[in-house]
Each structure stands twice: as structure tokens, then as C-alpha cells.
Write a protein that binds this ligand. Structure first.
Ligand SMILES: [Zn+2]
Ligand SMILES: [Zn+2]
Length: 789
């Protein structure tokens, strides 16, 4: 699929177009275009807005042109507008996400539909709902799932998912279009927490990195300290009889906080009055999704897997935490800890509890996630005196409770982000998923970090575009050919390296100008030359280097043809004579059939045919087969420059021997007779000088240097040159012309060469490549025309 928009792009320019999540956190959606392919990354909503206003700027782009949409993880700011895109726009592309993301996405978005319809109940406009349950169900079936580490190819767009940490199922995507590699981190963390591993570094380098910048240049406090602070704050609050509200996003980080609290409660059971201080998790959704967390324990870290194995119980079923379906079931007497969603306190249970508890100074609101600009979670951190009631905006509720923030948001800090970028080695970095200020600071910090590379070919370019502002990067056609089959062995033995058998290895056919990475330099430092057939698949941008023998195995779709040529002529002369002439010309030949023992004198064994019909069959110069049976000579060979020329020569011999009057002579004599005089008589010519006659020399077995041979040779050389250069080659040739050397001319455009055909030399040439080419043709020619015996 390509639109006018994509067609108008220069073929080698890469375009990044942010529809959301550029210079903001929320409604992540990025468009990438390269070589007529369009990829969309994420389709989120902005938690600070409602209805259509929460969407990315979909009107600014023709969504029907998108080939592939990849969803990095289930968080609402990355996935919640997907049903809208799939059901309510002209989007027709394919959608991919990982298995756990899809499993959780289903529950999450049906909850989102409910919450937003409650949240917008104050609004009279029903259309403010982005989509219905029905839209969600319909779109769900069309979402395709992918495994981590396996590469999917959609019409030349190749992508691979890698673990991103952050939340269960979160993926980074490495995309490859026509050899250009882009890595999109999504939200990612480089810290091993209680249940997830840190983000992976993909094994191969990327040219472009699209990276989150949530925390800008901030540095995380060590995790142990944060855990300690969290438990101490909660502990002291409940000891003074207060209530603790932890607004959390239903899934992902909530599970992490619960793992911490559950462990702390078990360890400090006595101090906490043996169950007198309850922990609640007010989310129906989390309960539903516990099964998903159990299913995908294998995607979590060693610690949690071990717990699961050892106890054979779900580590996400907590001893000290109870689920609360809704607030009606909640008896609010005395101290308690409550995890409640949504995390941004915009509406729902967490907002209700906030409004209920914030007037009491014994209580604590503890923010652990990332708070998006424009939401109540962000506002409350300013410790305002009052907050507006969500159901009655006229009413202001006094705020006296304690407000604290300890971040467990699984996003990289500056040091982690920089270290990751250095590992990826991309020369183009596009920052997304960050508010303007931290993102701007991150850009400056990165540029000063990479300052020493400025002006070199390794210079790192950092971009922090706004929404709907295009970033265009020029790449001078990257051509990467993948060597497959036997050629891999050739390369590996030449380089002395090991390559995994069926992965193949990539050979940089042409180094791009403005991109590359440390990895690549290593590749090009050790140069090795291999040859094979380049098979190009224009549609999928695949370029494979295959050896001829592997061609059928790897490219079944490609038809290969070997042309067999056959010529049959009638001959009158004896086989002995033909054999003798061929011996003169080609030396030893393989005798396939020899009924009459003609080759006996020179060849050891006679090889009779089955029918013993006086058949003679010879193999000449490898692959040209001559069969003579009775008076029919058949010449057969596989087409190719060498074989064609050999076959031509054989044919020329057959014709000349057959028409030569000497044949008559030879038909009754053996080759080595002294026949000079007889010959003259038979011939009926008198040149007055027996030995001058060209035919004589043949009979003496001494063809070298004779005029006839020279003429014949020149003809063959000229024929070869004509085959090579067509009309660009010309020469003057007359049978009688024996004075001086015969010259040929090659004229290709302004380039000229003169060839001395007699001496088989390039006499004059103003172009070295052409000269080299002619010389190699002459060398083939001299091999072919030289008598070998
Ligand atoms: Zn996220
Ligand atoms: Zn996010």
C-alpha cells in the first residue's frame, strides 16, 4: 500500500512523524516511513483528556496507508485508542502485539470502556465515548500475536520483539526495512525488579533509535532505598491510625508494589497487629488478570520463577492483600492500606477514596507511578489546599493529608538510558515519551556526551520533535546482501570466524554514508571477496548472495535454465581423419564410445557401444560431446561462452575436414604417412612449391605458425570479440590478406581500443577497465585456439 504521500517521498529518505507522545507523555503514536512502507508504533490515549481530545492527532495522517501497527505494551497511553483506530478510521493494516499484552489488553480495555463511560457521565455528549464493547470485541480478533525474539516479515517490513522490562509483555521492536534498522524502545526499564528482568539489548545494531525520555536527566535512587522508604512511610502512617492511598495503574506496577507490601506485612506481622491493618486492592480487573500473570511466569525473572516452582503456588496470590470489588463492600474503620486504580486519580475508585480521605491529616497519599501532566495525580503533588470534586466541580474539598512520591515507575533514568544508547550505537536518536522540559534537558545532555564525535562520521544526531512535525533523515541506499548456503562457509573460512549454521551472515555490499555503528566497522575492517549470484526480491527488499549450486535450494521460485545446444551435420570423410584433426586442435579427449578402435593408437582402451554400429563419441574440453555414427555427426553442449567457442571450433573442423580434398587422401591412409607427392597429385593443384601448401603442414602434424592456422585463429578470436562486444567491434579481414597484422577496433562511446588480432594483443586502449576486459577475452581465446597436443 502506498499513498501519494508516501510516493512523494524521496526513495532513500526516512520519515518520522509523531501523532502523539512527542514532547509529552500520553497518547503515544508514531509513524515511520521508508521506501514506500509505513509503520505505526502504538496507539494510546492521553490520560489527562477525555473522549476525542484524548486521541493522538489521527486526522493529520492518512491511516489507510499504514501497513503494520505494532503495540509495545498494554498501558493505556500506548494501547487504548487501538479499537478506535481499527473500527472507526480507514486503517486497514495488520496489528501485532505480544501474547501477554493481548491477554491483558482485553480485560484492560473493557474496563477502560466502563470507566470512561462513567467518567464522562457528566457530559451529555454520548459520542464522547471513543468506542464500544462491540468495537473492542471486533478489533480483538484481528490482532495478531508475536513471540519474543522471532522475526515477522510483512511485505518487506521485518520486525522482532525484545523484552523491554517495564510491565509484563512489554516489547521493544527492532524494525528492518530494506536494510535500514530502527529500534523503538516503547517504555523500558533497565532494572531487575521483583518480577521482571531488565530490558534486553538486541544483538544487532540499529541505525535509528526511537527512545523514551520520561525521566530526562533524572537519576533514580537505588531500589533498596526506595523500597525501604515506601514501607517505612506506610508503616508509620498506619501506626498513627492513618489510611494510605496508593493510586496505581491496575496492572503492571501494582503487582510490583503488592509483592513488596506482602513481604513486608509477613515480616512485620506482630507490629501490624496480626492482621489488624488490612491491605486492599480495589480492582476487579487485577483479579481477572492474575491468571495471565500466572500463565506468563516464564517471562518473568529467575526470582519469581523460583518462587513459583518451589511453592507450586501463584506468587501473585498474596497472603496479606484482599481484593475489593467495589467501595460498597468496604468498611472504613481504622487504619488500612488501599491500592486503587486508576493511577492518575482522574475518576473511579481511587478518586472517590482521595476525596473521602484527603481532609484528614493522619492519612497519606503515596504516588508510586509516573504522573502525567494535567492529571489529578500530578496536581496533588503540588499539595494544594483544596481539590475539586469530580462529581460536583462546584465543590472544593480541603486537602490536609500527607502527599508523598516514591517512584516505582519502570522507566530508565539518565544513566541507564545513556548506557543503553551507547550499546545500541545508533547515530540518529529520536526522543519520545517525555514532557518538553525533561526531554529538552536530555537532548542537551546527550549532545554534550557525544560532543567528541561531532563532525566525524560517527556523529550522533538527537531529535526531539513536537507532535506532527516531521523528522526526515537521508540514507544513501544501504545495500546488505545476505550470504546463504555454501557461500557462508567460504566467508567463514576466509574470515576465520564461526557463523551459526542456519542464520546466514550478512555482508555489507555497500557501506552507507551517514550511518553505521561500532559493530559494523569491525565487519568492514576484515574484507573478504566472495562471488555468487545476487538474487534481489524488490518487493521484500531481500538481497541474497547464493552460489550457483545452491540457487535451486534457496530460491525455489526462481527458474534456472541450462540450455543444451545440438547441431547435426552430414559428413563424408572418415572418422580417423576427424579424430586426428581434433587431436591436433584439442589434444587429449575423453573417448566415450569407440566401436572401431579408431582411437587405439593414442588412447588405451577401446569402448564399444552397445549396438557396435561403428559409433564414435568424444568429450572435448570438458563439456562438448561429439557423436559420429555412420555419416551423421552430432555435436552437443551446454550453452556458455567457453563451450560455445569450443563447439564452434569443432564444427569448423568438421566442415573444413569434410570439404577438404585431403580427406580423400586420408580416407585410405594413416596419419603419419609421408604423402607430400601423392597429395599434390590428388589435389590437382600445382603451386610449384610443395611445402607451401597449407594443407601439407597439417599432414605433418605441425599446424603451428602456418598461415592457414593463423587465419583460422584470427577468425576465432574475432568471433569471440564479436560475441562480447557486438556492433562495437569491427575488423577487416580478407582470406588473401597475409601481409601485416590484422587489427580490430572496439568503440564503446568515447572509449576506443585497437586489438592486434594476429598477435592477440591490445595495441592501443585509453581505458584500463576495457583493456583488462579485452585482455581476459584474448586470454580465453588463446586457450581455445592453441593446439594442445
Ligand atoms: Zn508504560
Ligand atoms: Zn507510557
Amino acid at each position: 500500500m502506498s499513498s501519494d504521500q508516501t510516493q512523494s517521498l524521496s526513495k532513500t529518505s526516512f520519515k518520522f512523524f509523531g501523532l502523539g507522545g512527542s514532547n509529552e507523555v500520553g497518547r503515544s503514536c508514531h509513524i515511520l516511513q521508508y521506501k514506500g512502507k509505513t509503520v505505526m508504533l502504538d496507539a494510546g490515549i492521553h490520560p489527562a483528556h477525555q473522549g476525542l481530545a484524548s486521541l493522538p492527532f489521527y486526522d493529520e495522517f492518512d491511516l489507510s496507508t499504514v501497513d503494520v501497527l505494532l503495540i509495545s505494551h498494554f498501558h493505556l497511553d500506548h494501547a487504548a485508542s487501538l479499537p478506535y483506530v481499527m473500527q472507526r478510521t480507514n486503517f486497514r493494516g495488520r496489528v501485532f502485539m505480544t501474547h501477554p499484552t493481548k491477554a491483558i489488553y482485553r480485560w484492560l480495555l473493557s474496563d477502560f470502556v466502563k470507566v470512561t463511560s462513567i467518567g464522562s457521565s457528566g457530559s451529555t455528549d454520548k459520542d464522547e465515548n471513543l468506542y464500544s464493547d462491540e468495537d473492542l470485541a471486533k478489533s480483538f480478533d484481528r490482532i495478531e500475536t508475536i513471540d519474543f525474539h522471532s522475526t515477522t516479515d510483512v511485505n518487506g517490513i521485518k520486525f522482532t520483539a525484545f523484552h523491554a522490562g517495564h510491565v509484563l509483555g512489554a516489547a521493544m521492536f527492532q524494525l528492518e526495512i530494506a536494510g535500514l534498522k530502527t529500534l523503538f524502545t516503547g517504555d523500558y526499564s533497565r532494572e531487575i525488579d521483583r518480577h521482571l528482568n531488565s530490558a534486553e539489548v538486541p544483538p544487532s545494531s540499529s541505525d535509528i533509535l526511537i527512545v523514551e525520555s520520561t525521566f530526562g536527566t533524572a537519576t533514580h535512587e537505588p531500589r533498596v532505598n526506595r523500597e525501604k522508604k515506601l514501607t517505612q512511610l506506610i508503616h508509620s502512617t498506619v501506626l498513627r491510625g492513618g489510611r494510605v492511598l496508593l493510586p496505581v495503574f491496575a496492572l503492571g506496577r501494582a503487582q510490583e508494589i503488592m509483592l513488596i507490601l506482602d513481604e513486608f506485612w509477613s515480616k512485620h506481622s506482630e507490629e501490624l497487629g496480626n492482621g489488624q491493618v488490612p491491605i486492599f486492592y480495589a480492582s476487579n480487573l487485577a483479579r481477572k488478570c492474575m491468571g495471565v500473570f500466572q500463565t506468563y511466569v516464564n517471562m518473568m525473572n529467575d526470582d519469581i520463577r523460583k518462587k513459583f516452582r518451589d511453592s507450586q503456588s501463584n506468587p501473585f496470590i498474596f497472603k496479606n492483600i484482599s481484593y475489593l470489588k467495589n467501595l460498597d463492600d468496604f468498611q472504613d474503620f481504622g487504619p488500612s492500606v488501599m491500592l486503587a486504580s486508576p493511577g492518575m486519580l482522574q475518576n473511579g475508585i481511587s478518586r472517590d477514596l482521595l476525596e473521602k480521605w484527603c481532609p484528614d491529616n493522619k492519612n497519606l497519599v503515596l504516588i508510586t507511578g509516573y504522573s502525567v501532566e494535567g492529571t489529578m495525580a500530578k496536581y496533588i503533588m503540588l499539595e494544594p489546599d483544596t481539590i475539586p470534586s469530580v462529581n460536583n466541580p462546584e465543590v472544593n474539598i480541603p486537602r490536609r493529608c500527607q502527599i508523598e512520591e516514591i517512584s516505582f515507575a519502570a522507566h530508565v533514568d539518565f544513566r541507564e538510558n545513556l548506557e543503553f544508547m551507547e550499546k545500541i550505537g545508533a547515530r540518529n536518536v529520536i526522543l519520545v515519551h517525555g514532557e518538553s522540559n525533561p526531554m529538552g534537558r536530555l537532548k542537551s545532555a546527550l549532545l554534550s556526551n557525544f560532543a567528541s564525535l561531532k563532525g566525524t562520521e560517527d556523529e550522533v544526531h538527537v531529535f526531539n520533535p513536537r507532535n506532527c512535525v516531521v523528522v526526515e533523515l537521508e540514507f544513501s541506499g544501504i545495500k546488505v546482501a545476505k550470504a546463504i548456503g555454501n557461500i557462508v562457509d567460504e566467508v567463514t573460512s576466509a574470515l576465520g570466524v564461526q557463523v551459526k549454521p542456519d542464520l546466514g551472515s550478512e555482508i555489507k555490499a555497500e557501506q552507507e554514508e551517514s550511518n553505521g555503528s561500532p559493530d559494523r566497522k569491525k565487519e568492514t575492517d576484515e574484507k573478504t571477496i566472495v562471488s555468487g549470484i545476487l538474487v534481489s526480491d524488490e518487493k521484500n527488499f531481500d538481497l541474497n548472495l547464493v552460489s550457483l549450486s545452491d540457487l535451486r535450494d534457496y530460491h525455489m521460485d526462481l527458474s534456472t535454465t541450462v540450455l543444451r545446444e545440438r547441431q547435426t551435420i552430414h559428413i563424408d570423410c572418415k572418422k580417423e581423419l576427424i579424430y586426428w584433426h581434433l587431436c591436433q586442435m584439442f589434444g587429449d579427449m575423453e573417448v566415450l564410445i569407440d566401436d572401431e578402435g579408431i582411437t587405439h593408437k593414442t588412447q588405451e582402451p577401446a569402448k564399444p557401444s552397445a549396438n557396435n554400429a561403428g559409433e564414435l563419441e568424444l568429450k572435448i574440453m570438458g563439456d562438448v560431446k561429439l557423436n559420429i555414427i555412420k555419416s551423421v555427426a552430432t555435436l552437443e553442449w551446454s550453452q556458455g561462452i567457453m563451450n560455445d567457442t569450443v563447439a564452434d571450433s569443432v564444427m569448423a573442423i568438421l566442415l573444413s575436414v569434410d570439404s577438404s580434398p585431403a580427406s580423400v587422401k586420408m580416407s585410405s591412409r594413416s596419419c603419419n604417412h609421408d604423402h607430400d607427392h601423392d597429395h599434390d597429385h590428388d589435389h590437382g593443384h600445382d603451386h610449384g612449391h610443395d611445402h607451401d601448401h597449407p594443407e601439407d603442414k597439417h599432414y605433418k602434424g605441425n599446424g603451428i605458425g602456418s598461415e592457414h592456422d593463423d587465419l583460422w585463429k584470427i577468425k576465432q578470436v574475432a568471433r569471440l570479440c564479436t560475441e562480447q562486444f557486438g556492433d562495437c567491434f569491427s575488423y577487416k579481414f580478407h582470406e588473401s590478406d597475409t601481409a601485416g597484422d590484422i587489427m580490430g577496433d572496439v568503440t564503446i562511446g568515447k572509449t576506443k581500443a585497437t586489438i592486434n588480432l594476429s598477435q592477440m594483443k591490445v595495441a592501443e586502449c585509453d581505458s584500463n577497465p576495457l583493456k583488462g576486459r579485452i585482455e581476459s577475452i584474448l586470454s580465453i581465446a588463446s586457450d581455445l585456439v592453441a593446439p594442445l597436443c
